[in-house]
Ligand binder design. Structure first.
Ligand SMILES: [Zn+2]
Length: 484
């Protein structure tokens, strides 16, 4: 009887039912990218919400009373993990008024209201795409409420979250009273912000390290005109130093947005745990590669997002079949820029629509650097974690990951390497108890699985040939996940 209060506590902390009894997935091929192994004719045993065994099929299994899932001809993997998303952004055209101001068409307040209303739907689209865990790497303080909602929603991925971005630049267009981006001017302000965020138990502290341009695009010189890359990166570095120091003192990890080589280098030198984008301005050098390896810094390439703003504005968006099928149709409908009346088109949009070629050229230029950098880092053994930056304009929550896979393939990563980045490596960005129980087929892990109808090791495109998804031990046939 003494054990009752504990049981009651466990029941109360579980907002949705975990299945009781034993489920066995039989006859399929189990692929565990972290170990690089594929086991044909596997027997995967699940009890409640976790895996208990992954073995070669034998006659002991199943036992009487077990629920059996026959996976003959199918492929079972740990659920995918997207380590760079933003739930405060819809992926639609009105979600970043700081990039293109279309608030005269839809107010930012209405946009945010829609995003909050759609949250359960957005969560389900991740599961439909085989994604069972995501890292939201920055948003308003309500991100922590979002994380709580996800953890009490059955058809949702596991969510880790950062709060507002500690930034070198301000974005007043996004401030409705709970801003996602906060400009910090001094190291002491930075430390104060970290202490304030610590109360929310964030999974990361996020820094937005935007380096001022060397050349001002318009007449009137940039304050950093004529300075070297290192000098321009040095301007915000004292804040980065203070934020990393204070975060680590409080046992919090730090993620940094730094797409220029010198800012990325400075971030890693200061102790950043995670770089959330590729370096896109120049090839990474040997010293940078060595530094990442020595420090154990993880890097998320986010290739898909680099093409999506430009392609959307230029009316050249080419969504994948997966995005068209599993993305939110309401969001996708907003991405048709031809629907914006001419008198309401901001300059950036008008220019891109009239003359798309320079936009496409600039995307290609970014990929020429970023894809090569990814290959260099992967070959050198740097830990790469897959991520999309979903939620940004044109980057669709959930299925954007399949475009990311195509681009990783273009960078000449093998299917097994891509899957490793998406499971075992991505789990490392989670850290803690959850990070230790996702991303592989180890007994004791959460039973978060994706079951495919064709072999992803033959072609990475088969990763979207999804038969069913298991989250927390509950199996969902893929085509039921988006049914209302
Ligand atoms: Zn981002």
């Amino acid at each position: 009887m003494k054990r009752l209060p504990l049981l009651a506590l466990v029941a109360a902390s579980t907002a949705f039912a975990t299945p009781s009894g034993t489920t066995v997935i039989l006859n399929g091929t189990a692929i565990d990218p972290g170990t690089g192994k594929a086991m044909p004719n596997a027997a995967i045993t699940i009890e409640g919400d976790h895996l208990t065994a992954v073995k070669e099929n034998n006659t002991d299994i199943p036992k009487k009373g077990d629920v059996v899932i026959d996976a003959r001809g199918k492929f079972i993997l740990p659920g995918y993990i997207d380590t760079h998303v933003h739930f405060f952004q819809s992926g639609g055209l009105f979600t970043r008024p700081d990039a293109v101001d279309l608030t005269s068409v839809r107010s930012y307040k209405d946009e945010i209201a829609m995003i909050k209303r759609n949250l359960p739907d957005t969560f389900a689209r991740y599961l439909r795409s085989g994604i069972t865990s995501v890292l939201d790497i920055g948003g308003p303080l309500w991100n922590f409420e979002m994380r709580r909602i996800a953890s009490s929603t059955a058809k949702a991925p596991r969510v880790a979250a950062a709060g507002p971005l500690i930034s070198s630049v301000s974005r007043p267009q996004l401030d409705l009273g709970d801003p996602p981006i906060v400009k910090i001017d001094t190291p002491e302000q930075g430390r104060e912000m970290v202490r304030k965020l610590a109360a929310q138990e964030p999974d990361y502290i996020k820094i937005w390290y935007i380096v001022p341009p060397a050349q001002s695009p318009s007449p009137g010189a940039s304050p950093a005109a004529g300075q070297s890359d290192v000098e321009r990166a040095a301007i915000f570095r004292p804040v980065v130093h203070a934020v990393v120091d204070e975060s680590h003192r409080l046992k919090l990890r730090v993620a940094v947005h730094a797409t220029e080589l010198e800012a990325a280098r400075a971030s890693v030198e200061e102790g950043a745990d995670l770089l959330v984008h590729s370096v896109t301005d120049k090839p990474v050098d040997e010293a940078f590669v060595k530094l990442l390896k020595e420090k154990g810094t993880i890097l998320t390439p986010t290739l898909v997002v680099f093409e999506r703003y430009g392609r959307t504005f230029a009316n050249k968006l080419e969504l994948t079949p997966e995005e068209k099928a599993w993305g939110n149709p309401e969001v996708i409908a907003t991405l048709d820029v031809t629907k914006i009346p001419a008198d309401k088109q901001p300059e950036r949009l008008k220019k891109a629509m009239e003359n798309p070629q320079p936009v496409l050229d600039s995307i290609q230029k970014t990929y020429d650097v970023a894809l090569k950098n990814l290959k260099t880092l992967e070959d050198a053994g740097v830990t790469i974690a897959t991520g999309t930056d979903a939620g940004n304009i044109g980057t669709i929550h959930g299925p954007a990951i399949f475009r990311e896979f195509q681009l990783m393939k273009q960078a000449e990563l093998s299917p097994m390497q891509i899957l490793q980045c998406t499971t075992a490596n991505a789990a490392k960005t989670f850290g803690g108890d959850t990070g230790a129980k996702i991303g592989s087929l180890k007994p004791g892990n959460y039973a978060d699985l994706v079951i495919l109808k064709s072999n992803p090791l033959d072609d990475i495109k088969n990763t979207s040939d999804i038969d069913s998804v298991m989250k927390n031990g509950v199996v969902y046939p893929a085509d039921t996940l988006l049914r209302k």
